[in-house]
Design a protein around this ligand. Sequence first.
Ligand code: PMP
Length: 354
Amino acid sequence: MSRYFTSTLATLEPYTPGEQLKIPNLIKLNANENPYPPAPGVAAAVAAQVDGLRLYSDLTEAKLCAAIAKQCGVRPENVLCGNGSDENLLLAIRAFCDGEHPLAYADITYSFYPVLCDLLHVPSKILPLEADFSIDLTKYYGLRGCTIVIANPNAPTSLARSAAELEEVIRRNPDSIVIIDEAYVDFAPAGTSCVPLVEKYPNLIVTQTFSKSRNLAGARLGFAIADPALIADMNRVKFSYSPYNINSLSEAAGAAAMEDTAYFTKTISKICETRQHTAARLRDMGFTVLDSATNFLFATTDRMPCADIFRRLRERGILIRYFSAPRIDNWLRITIGTPEQMQALLAAIGEILE
Ligand code: PMP
């Protein structure tokens, strides 16, 4: 830190993204990216947009919002696009939290929430998960004065609750904003997404992303769905710091990906099939694997410290994710890749544990 860095951020601990090792034949299972290419129509849609790069991108992302609204069964005025879900989370926290309105979230969840709180000088109210990493939603009932964020399915635990269960949290906090972060919802059972509740609850914001189920992590594209009044509030923040937050190539890519429902369904079902097979094999090898509703597995074993398994896989060019955080420092988060990648992973783990 230089001596010029503002003292107001002196204690800021930035987010640690999944490592991006640059080695040949890397098997990258550490950032919950999709192992399959973007939908076939994406390349042509992006190419057709190149001439348009001369102009600023569409301030309202009209084409993309229309495609999202159609797929999600909402109106375009319910949609706000962000530079990844990360940006939408920032816009929401900036708009709906302050010194008197802390952000409430679980102790084990997406580790970007505490970073955003520190950056934006928003206090945190941490509500611990249960011993089995499930979430006791009654802890979130009537949380006066707090904005709430719940990742559902949660990361890194991979566990999900139903929309009906989450509805109680939304219903019992009518004077607070409830953000449901649905980055992984497309890999979860039907009835998990809270999007259908947006019409009913003016205090609900649902965030989703193109990074996982839409194969576009590098495009940096996410979207929020909420009552138009909340979208307008978040737009006030967006237009105060990054009006053209979505570049026109990403907008075109996102619209094409959204429209190709057949490709979307096919890749999701391949990933869910691979997930089931990989979890079963890991259990055969003596791992405890939580029941995943995501495109990753959260697993532990007492056969060898998980930090050592992580390190030894990394030496073989297989990257998974290990967090040295309290309560989860003997767990591994493993992204679901192609069947071939998972086969290589399982073989390597088998050898390491021998
Ligand atoms: N929420 C959760 C729970 C996540 O795991 C991630 C991905 N790291 C995000 C949001 C952000 O996704 P993106 O910014 O790529 O849309």
